[in-house]
Design a binder for this molecule. Structure first.
Ligand code: PHE
Ligand code: FE
Length: 298
């Protein structure tokens, strides 16, 4: 099938040994004219499918922001056009990248309100699953909430916190990464109409959009900063536990204190398996654990 003519980073990653991440630092211009008809069709298919699924499942802020930014199923959006709307709303700018960045580069971008977006989109045969982030995950999943002033501030604060954690050491960085994972990537939010999704890793996945809200298997537990920073997670299966915030303001307030003493205190604490419920948890739903893989928490 015909795909874009520019080099496709995704193909360099698929070796016999599976997914091998390669980290690059360069910021690239979005090569919009190089997208093929197949690339646009992949965007359209995914956009249409997820939007339909996410009505009543994603939080209103997310859905509203996609419309306000002018994202649609019609074609792959142009980063420069989105930037006009996004810049005016919250001062964030999208920058094109080849893929995953080294941690410190990533934190530095966020701290300066630049969100790195992978410029290429998955191939048609990868519609349902791709191991690494592509444009659909980054743009459809992460970018809309950057239109929300509170969430926009949270992401920038996270970037500054990342620079700090990086200087403190690997344990601090691991604690902070878990927070990102269980909020920015896999967070749920409690609303008067019920639980809704805001995590980018969920909204960009058909299977996990349904599973995170409707399956009896996973735990759904109230947001608790230190609990989250102790909890291992899954990178190869749906999550065993989702954490539920009450509001973006709660997230902002809970993460406002200096984490330095928290990181120090956490060094004395054990790490928690991804699927375990603790007796101090505020449990929305205790998972049945049905279909869970043994081991494999990171
Ligand atoms: N308050 C955190 C610190 O001092 C920074 C942070 C803010 C981290 C928001 C995550 C999210 O390190
Ligand atoms: Fe992501």
């Amino acid at each position: 099938m015909e795909t874009a003519t520019a080099p496709r980073r995704v193909e360099r990653h698929e070796t016999d040994k599976g997914y091998v991440p390669v980290y690059t630092t360069a910021v690239v211009e979005q090569p919009w004219d190089s997208y093929s008809a197949d690339d646009h069709a992949t965007w359209s298919t995914l956009y249409q499918r997820q939007r339909e699924l996410l009505e009543g499942r994603a939080c209103d802020e997310f859905l509203k922001a996609q419309d306000e930014m002018g994202m649609s199923a019609h074609m792959i959006p142009r980063f420069d056009q989105l930037n006009e709307v996004l810049g005016a709303a919250t001062g964030w700018t999208l920058v094109g990248v080849e893929g995953l960045l080294p941690e410190l580069d990533f934190f530095d971008h966020l701290a300066n309100r630049r969100f790195p977006v992978t410029w290429w989109i998955r191939r048609p045969d990868q519609i349902d699953y791709i191991a690494e982030p592509d444009m659909f995950h980054d743009l459809f999943g992460h970018v809309p909430l950057l239109m929300n002033p509170v969430f926009a501030d949270y992401m920038a604060a996270y970037g500054r916190g990342g620079v700090k954690a990086h200087a403190i050491g690997p344990d601090a960085l691991q604690n902070l990464t878990r927070l990102y994972w269980y909020t920015v990537e896999f967070g749920l939010i409690n609303t008067p109409d019920g639980l809704r999704i805001y995590g980018a890793g969920i909204v960009s996945s058909k299977g996990e959009s349904l599973y995170s809200l409707e399956s009896d298997a996973p735990n759904r537990i109230g947001f608790d900063l230190e609990r989250i920073m102790r909890t291992r997670y899954r990178i190869d299966t749906f999550q065993k536990t989702y954490f539920v915030i009450d509001s973006f303001e709660q997230l902002m307030q809970a993460t406002d204190p200096d984490f330095t003493p928290i990181y120090a205190a956490l060094e004395q604490q054990t790490h928690l398996p991804a699927g375990d419920v603790q007796d101090f948890d505020h449990v929305f739903h205790k998972g049945t654990g049905e279909g869970w893989a043994e081991g494999g928490d990171v």
